[in-house]
Write a protein that binds this ligand. Structure first.
Ligand SMILES: *Cc1c(COP(=O)(O)O)cnc(C)c1O
Length: 407
């Protein structure tokens, strides 16, 4: 990816000194020979070689350059390099989905006989993958309360190779103390992996807090407009550049160049969007807390959140996700959802458009009533992903739906 097109010429490593907004726009702002200003999409499955000797050198790893798009592709590489700069990691591997990022990380770093500590209440498919699939390969899994740091320490075994957490969690916005878990992991020689989906590097930098690897569902805020499914793993040369890349290259859950391009462009507005999402969500969370009929609001930006102080320490903002309980059980919750005019009823989150879900009957339905009760997912719980519409219009929509949903 020779930058021969008259663009900015940052020095090697300079992107690491930039602010998040500059990184999102200018890191890996590569150009081809024609000097396109906006990134090109390399829609090709393979790459040609000038000679048989060059082909041999590429395959031997003696000459740099792409071979085949399952291994590397320039558009995908640009997205990887930009996300790595934003997260403060040296290496990034993009994947076909967030779940492919989690699968690739686990298969790359764990072997039969290893022990994995994973947070309770992880994204449903993550828990499903770990307990129903990964466990079949001889990996022992213990689920631990993400907010109870002592429980992680006690659950460590000599075979523990990995700790996997999300912070904040979906949908109840519980936090893990990332710096404390990093110390516990490193004392036991294990790797701390943080799914940074809800905050993104605009609001939280797990690697700077001591985590080893960051996982993303790019489907959410990195895209930011609900268009493509994708994922990524960010970290160091050994674990990500060698192990996760090696697994991805052989097993094949690679990201398409088109989706990589959408995410690359999404990163250009990530910081602005996350700050706007956070401002509207903070306003609406505080507003909801004052409404009669709203029993409880879960948002790390509220002083009523039990981990508000930790949130202020490890995040620079509180994000878009607001959960709340409405008195009247699932019947009232359904009436509220049906009365909303602006918010879309969809399981996705991290969109410009505000979305609403009733977790007990959708995203958390399959775990069963007992597991839901244990996880604190009641029938009255609703989750909003606050979008970028005018906040006054969103408040009016919530207001009329609260009134309309009264029995
Ligand atoms: C959506 C999501 C995932 C899975 O990502 P996909 O892109 O849907 O595969 C993983 N973790 C969290 C926290 C998510 O919200």
């Amino acid at each position: 990816m020779a930058d021969s097109g008259g663009g900015p010429k940052p020095q090697a490593g300079e992107a690491a000194t930039w602010g998040v907004q500059t990184q999102g726009i200018r890191a890996a702002d590569w150009r081809s020979d024609v000097g396109e200003h906006s990134a090109a999409i390399y829609a090709t499955s393979s790459f040609t070689f000038a000679s048989a000797e060059e082909a041999a050198a590429r395959f031997a790893g003696e000459s740099e350059g792409p071979i085949y798009s399952r291994f590397t592709n320039p558009t995908v590489s640009a997205f990887e390099a930009r996300l790595a700069a934003l997260e403060g990691g040296t290496h990034c591997v993009a994947t076909a989905s967030g779940m492919a990022a989690i699968m690739s990380t686990c298969f790359a770093l764990l072997s039969a006989g290893d022990h994995l500590l994973a947070a309770e209440g992880l994204f449903g498919s993550t828990t499903g993958f770990l307990c129903n699939h990964l466990a079949r390969f001889g990996i022992d899994i213990t689920l631990v309360d993400p907010a109870d740091t002592q429980a992680w320490e006690q659950a460590m075994r000599p075979q523990t190779r990995m700790l996997l957490v999300e912070s904040p969690t979906n949908p109840l916005c519980e936090l893990a103390d990332i710096a404390a878990l990093a110390r516990i992991a490193h004392e036991g020689g294990a790797t701390l992996v943080v799914d940074n989906c809800f905050c993104t590097p605009a609001l939280q930098k797990p690697l700077a807090l001591g985590a080893d690897l960051v996982i993303h569902s790019a489907t959410k805020f990195l895209d930011g407009q609900g268009r493509c499914v994708g994922g990524a793993v960010v970290g160091d040369a050994q674990r990500v550049g060698e192990q996760v890349f090696g697994f991805m290259r052989s097993a094949g859950p690679c990201l398409s160049p088109f989706n990589a391009w959408v995410f690359l462009k999404g990163l250009e507005t990530l910081d602005l969007r996350m700050r706007a999402h956070s401002a509207s969500a903070a306003h609406l969370a505080a507003w909801l807390e004052r409404q009669p009929g709203v029993e409880r609001v879960y948002y790390t930006g509220l002083e009523s959140h039990p981990q508000h102080a930790l949130a202020c320490r490890q995040q620079s903002g509180h994000g878009a996700i607001v959960a709340f309980e409405l008195e009247g059980g699932s019947a009232r919750a359904f009436r509220f959802v049906n009365a909303l005019r602006l918010a879309s009823i969809t399981a996705n989150l991290g969109d410009t458009r505000t979305t609403v879900t009733h977790p007990a009957s959708t995203t958390h339905y399959r775990i069963g009533a007992q597991a839901r009760a244990q996880a604190g997912i009641s029938d009255s719980l609703l989750r909003l992903s606050i979008g970028l519409e005018d906040v006054a219009d969103l408040e009016a929509d919530l207001d009329q739906a609260l009134a309309a949903s009264q029995a």
